[in-house]
Design a protein around this ligand. Structure first.
Ligand SMILES: [Zn+2]
Length: 120
């Protein structure tokens, strides 16, 4: 059963019992495919690839940071992230990057203000 955070609606990624996105208490486990779709929807500056050209389920979400390129993709039914760290850590890194981007980019800032995420 796929679980979502009650506060920010993210598929659950836990960091010590809290949501990796908004830091509210959560339980259970999110669905990786739903997590990809969630990121694609909420990250205005991300590149999104679909299973079918421009349509179908999200296959990969990537975001070019200042130094690092972040990506998450379904491969063989598993979610694979780059940089290659634990998923919770990846979300933390990604959100830190996106908060830095928001400082200079109004589009990113607008996308984030609707997300309900806790900013770094
Ligand atoms: Zn949350």
């Amino acid at each position: 059963m796929a679980d979502r955070c009650d506060v920010c609606a993210a598929p659950v990624v836990q960091v010590d019992g809290n949501c990796a996105f908004c830091h509210s208490p959560v339980s259970g486990d999110g669905d990786p495919q739903e997590l990809l779709a969630y990121l694609a929807e909420r990250l205005p500056s991300a590149q999104v690839r679909h299973v079918l050209f421009g349509r179908g389920a999200v296959r990969e979400v990537s975001l070019r940071g200042k130094v690092v390129r972040y990506s998450a993709a379904m491969r063989g039914g598993r979610l694979v992230v780059e940089p290659d760290v634990a998923l919770a850590e990846w979300v933390e890194m990604l959100l830190a990057e996106v908060s830095r981007m928001a400082v200079s980019n109004p589009d990113v800032r607008r996308g984030l203000s609707r997300s309900g995420w806790a900013f770094r």
